[in-house]
Design a protein around this ligand. Sequence first.
Ligand SMILES: [Zn+2]
Ligand SMILES: [Zn+2]
Length: 108
Amino acid sequence: MTCKGICIRHKAQKPVGSGRYALGQRRCQICEIFINWVGLWCPCCGYRLRTKPRNLKYKDKLRTRKQLEETNKSLLSLRPVDNITPIPLENTITTVWGTTNKETKNKK
Ligand SMILES: [Zn+2]
Ligand SMILES: [Zn+2]
């Protein structure tokens, strides 16, 4: 399993804005090159090609993005924004703080 120089003919250009694997490019570990190749095996050295990124962080990024998209979709389909009743948060906070202030004052 050695590089015979055939892979150079299939050499893939570095893509701008997206990943190599996303574009279908494959990596040969023996030839240390990215090639545009449909098969699972390197046409040059015969070694198995890499079709997925090795980096786990990159994988997680893809997964979380997908999950986010799905949650957004489900949230949007749940109910229209108009039906949500606004909660008077400011009023609740002021009353709570007012009572606690009075209590501390009485204790002293
Ligand atoms: Zn090669
Ligand atoms: Zn190869």
